[in-house]
Write a protein that binds this ligand. Sequence first.
Ligand code: NOJ
Length: 507
Amino acid sequence: MARTLLVCFVLISLECIWCKSSIRRFPDGFQFGASTAAYQVEGGWSEDGKGLSIWDVATHMQPSPIKDGSSGDIAANSYHLYKRDVEIAKELGLDFYRFSVSWTRILPNGLTNKINKLGIAYYNGLIDELLRNNIKPFLTIYHWDLPYELQKLGGWVNPLVTEWFVDYAKVLFDNFGDRVQLWVTINEPKQICYEGYGDVSKAPFINATGIGEYICAKNVLLAHAKVYHLYNDHYRQLQNGSIGISISCTWFDPASDTFDDQQGARDARRFDWGIYAHPIFSKDGDFPIEVKRNIAYKSAEQGYSKSRLPVLSNSEITFIRGSSDFFGVNTYTSKLAYRDASLDEMYPAPSYSDDIGVVITKDPSWPQGQSNWLQEVPWGFYKLLMEIKDLYENPLVFITENGWSTAGGLLDDDRVRYYRNYLTALLDALNQGCNVKGYTAWSLIDNFEWKQGYTEKFGLYQVDFTSPDLTRRPRKSAYIYKEIIRSKQLDLNFEPALEEVYESPDV
Ligand code: NOJ
């Protein structure tokens, strides 16, 4: 007995030393990448036959809704400099590069009556350049730049959007599927639906809170599932790829131990990402019970004859359930949630915030990024991965985005700290059996950060937006990430010997 106890003690101690050791290894086959999105990097907004997207229109509105009055007209000019981007991906040693396709570069008015050959040629060039350099292309079909012509018809709240999206995806499978084997259908449904249709933080700024985001949610889920089934039924056998969805997931922690706050934080998570993840990844499908319950209850109280949350029919539930080869997790931060009895006066009704029924706050002691919403909370990342494992029977997960914003400069020690702490949390989750197969840094290079314009920098590489050739230069974090990828391990003491980084003036 004593001997068994001693052996256990030694084993546990060894494991602790291993956990806390400054060098930890990623499992064999674990993949590393970096990500961008078309509108944020490409520029070439009206070149070679490209049509207008909702972001082209938004950034040309007067007065400008963008913080610094800027646009993605030129952005990082990747439309012309994509070979340099691939060179950067190569310098970093990436296994894959996640980029998105601009719908209106391929279909200028959103529908398939006109296919733009020059748009197809651009992405063929990018894909082929990646493959020549042994980097897998990871293609996001939709990253927020809806054709303006389709927005005029209602965009994501018109149920026909599911057909428009399928027609567009088919063009991509037909033209690129022979070489692309990693696909994301839709990037961040919550940002599309809540921020675009329930609020004004993203185009098309519809602000129909309490209604718009839920109609959109149903359409996004059906559009995703239709494209998944299209790939599954008609392309998978020949093209042999994987297709999933990227959902933005914030961890909401209870602000206190009370039962109320725990329930509140759980409801916040279900509204934030469960509303999109549950229908696809849970065993029973459908929207989460907490979301259905809260919205039905409030809707009745507000005099609606039925819930503002559209119903998913049994056949829709079955169609959506399981429609993903992997769970793409975009995650950056955590927040605190608590219940408050005086909530009724706090939020307008109906509204998404009122439906959740919690107050969301930040802990001021958590390190703050340049983006107002972004704080470093690595243990929240760990809890998130564990909850995804528990809720959805340990699905295959790809971290499709994770990263940190600064005001600029090459010496980005806070970004280095963020990546190290988040990767440590990821390793802890892997140790607990989470089935995470890849990690994607956001972003490869600085880019247009939506309504924040160029005031928040997420790049591993800095882009000098004032130089005519949009010069790209590696930040300290780029050298750190490169070493992680090369060694397949996280060495917390690794310091790059880089005179040029230290001597560079901060731009
Ligand atoms: C997630 C989005 O997918 C991306 O477009 C954005 O730039 C980053 N978050 C940072 O906010």
